[in-house]
Design a protein around this ligand. Structure first.
Ligand code: AMP
Ligand code: AMP
Length: 338
C-alpha cells in the first residue's frame, strides 16, 4: 500500500524535480501555484497529481487547512524564503520536511557566522564599518535574492565614492572581503535516519556581468566605467577534482554536527548547500549557507556524476527528499524528518 501522505510544494524554483521525485518514489503530489505560473504545472510539465491555484505566492497560507486535511508534507525551497512572511513560515502547522528552528541560524548573519566559525570552515573577513575596509570588498544588501544589487569596491575610498553618488542605508549592507577564486556550490544531503552525509552534486553559478567581463580585454575596459554585478541567470554543472572531496566532506560534516548542538536533537538535515569560493591554495571560503534545496540542483533531474556512484536509479535531490520521507515512514520514524 502506498503512503497516505501527499508531497506538496510551491510551484516555482525546484518544484518540478521535487514533484517528479515524489512520483518516482510512489507518493501522491500536489503543487500550489499562482494563476500566472499554473500553465507550467498544468500544461507544460504536468508532473503533479493536483494543481492548487492561489492568486499570489503570499496567499499560500489560505490553503493550509486544505493541505492539512490532505495529509500534506511540505517540501520547502528558495521561494518559501523569498515570497512568504518569515514568521508565518516558521509558524506553519502542516507537516514540513526540514528543521524550522534552523531558519533563525541561517537568516541572522551574525548567528550564521557563529555557526560556520564553530564548524571551523574558512570564512571571508567581514568589516563592521566601511571605514575599516582595507582590501577589495563585496557589498551585499540584506535579503537580496540571487545576487541582486551587490557591488564590488576596490577599497574604502571607492566605497565612499559610491555612497556619495548614490546614498543608501549603510546599516543594511554586509561588507565582505572579496575572495578571488572559483565559485563552487556544493549540494549536500544529510540523512538523520542513518547519520549519513552525501554529496549529491555541485554547480557553479552563471552571473551577469561578472562572468562576462573576462570576454573584454582589460585595455578595452579602461574608461568604460564597468562594474561587475552578480545577478544569477543560471547554473552550470561541475565535477570537483577528486582529491578535494575529502575537504568538502569534512566541511559538510562539521556544519551538520555543530547544527545538532544549536538546534537539538536533529539539527540541519535534508538538502543543504555550502556556497564557496576556492582559492589557488585550495582553501574553500564559505560565503553563504543555504539550509534547503538550491536551484543549481535543477541540473540533475537525471542524477549527477556523484549520485550515479551511489544509486542504481537516476537520483535528483527532489527524489532523494521523497526517498528520505519514504524510508522514515517505513521505519515508523516520520517524526524524525517532518
Ligand atoms: P523564482 O522562483 O525564480 O522567482 O526564484 C525564487 C528565489 O530563488 C529567488 O530568491 C531567486 O533569486 C532564487 N533563485 C531562483 N533561481 C536561482 C538560481 N538559479 N540560482 C540562485 N538563486 C535562484
Ligand atoms: P551570494 O548571494 O552570497 O550567494 O553571492 C552571489 C554571488 O556573489 C556569488 O555567486 C559570487 O559570484 C559573488 N560573491 C559573493 N560573496 C563573495 C565573496 N566574498 N568573494 C567573491 N565573490 C563573492
Amino acid at each position: 500500500m502506498g503512503s497516505q501522505h501527499t508531497i506538496v510544494t510551491l510551484g516555482s524554483h525546484t518544484a518540478l524535480q521535487i514533484l517528479k521525485g515524489a512520483k518516482d518514489e510512489g507518493f501522491r503530489s500536489a503543487v500550489v501555484t499562482t494563476t500566472k505560473h499554473k500553465p507550467i504545472y498544468e500544461e507544460l510539465f504536468p508532473v503533479a497529481d493536483e494543481v492548487i491555484e492561489i492568486p499570489t505566492y503570499a496567499d499560500f497560507f489560505a490553503v493550509e487547512e486544505e493541505l492539512i486535511e490532505k495529509k500534506a508534507i511540505i517540501v520547502p525551497h528558495g521561494s518559501f524564503v523569498a515570497y512568504l512572511d518569515s514568521e508565518a513560515h516558521k509558524a506553519m502547522r502542516v507537516r514540513y520536511f526540514g528543521n524550522k528552528d534552523i531558519l533563525d541560524w541561517e537568516f541572522n548573519r551574525k548567528k550564521q557566522k557563529e555557526w560556520l566559525a564553530e564548524a571551523d570552515v574558512t570564512l571571508p573577513h567581514v568589516f563592521d564599518h566601511h571605514d575599516d575596509i582595507d582590501r577589495p570588498t563585496i557589498v551585499k544588501f540584506y535579503g537580496a535574492g540571487g545576487g541582486k544589487g551587490y557591488f564590488f569596491v576596490k577599497d574604502r575610498h571607492e566605497f565612499n565614492r559610491v555612497l556619495d553618488e548614490n546614498y543608501f542605508d549603510t546599516s543594511q549592507v554586509i561588507l565582505q572581503e572579496y575572495i578571488v577564486g572559483c565559485p563552487v556550490y556544493i549540494h549536500y544531503f544529510y540523512s538523520p535516519l542513518d547519520d549519513r552525509l552525501e554529496i549529491l552534486s555541485l554547480d557553479r553559478r552563471y552571473e551577469t556581468t561578472v562572468d562576462s567581463l573576462g570576454r573584454i580585454p582589460s585595455r578595452n575596459q579602461e574608461g568604460m566605467n564597468l562594474d561587475p554585478s552578480f545577478v544569477v541567470v543560471g547554473n552550470t554543472p561541475l565535477v570537483l577534482r577528486e582529491s578535494l572531496l575529502a575537504k568538502v566532506y569534512e566541511m559538510g560534516r562539521n556544519v551538520v554536527e555543530v547544527s545538532k548542538t544549536l538546534c537539538p536533537p536533529q539539527g540541519l538535515y535534508g538538502p543543504f548547500c555550502l556556497e564557496t569560493v576556492v582559492t589557488p591554495e585550495q582553501d574553500f571560503y564559505v560565503i553563504e549557507l543555504s539550509a534547503r534545496i538550491v536551484a543549481g540542483t535543477n541540473l540533475y533531474t537525471q542524477g549527477s556524476y556523484y549520485t550515479q556512484l551511489t544509486y542504481p536509479e537516476p537520483m535528483s535531490t527532489g527524489r532523494r527528499i521523497a526517498r528520505e520521507i519514504k524510508l522514515a515512514e517505513e521505519q515508523g520514524r516520520l517524526d524524525v524528518v517532518c
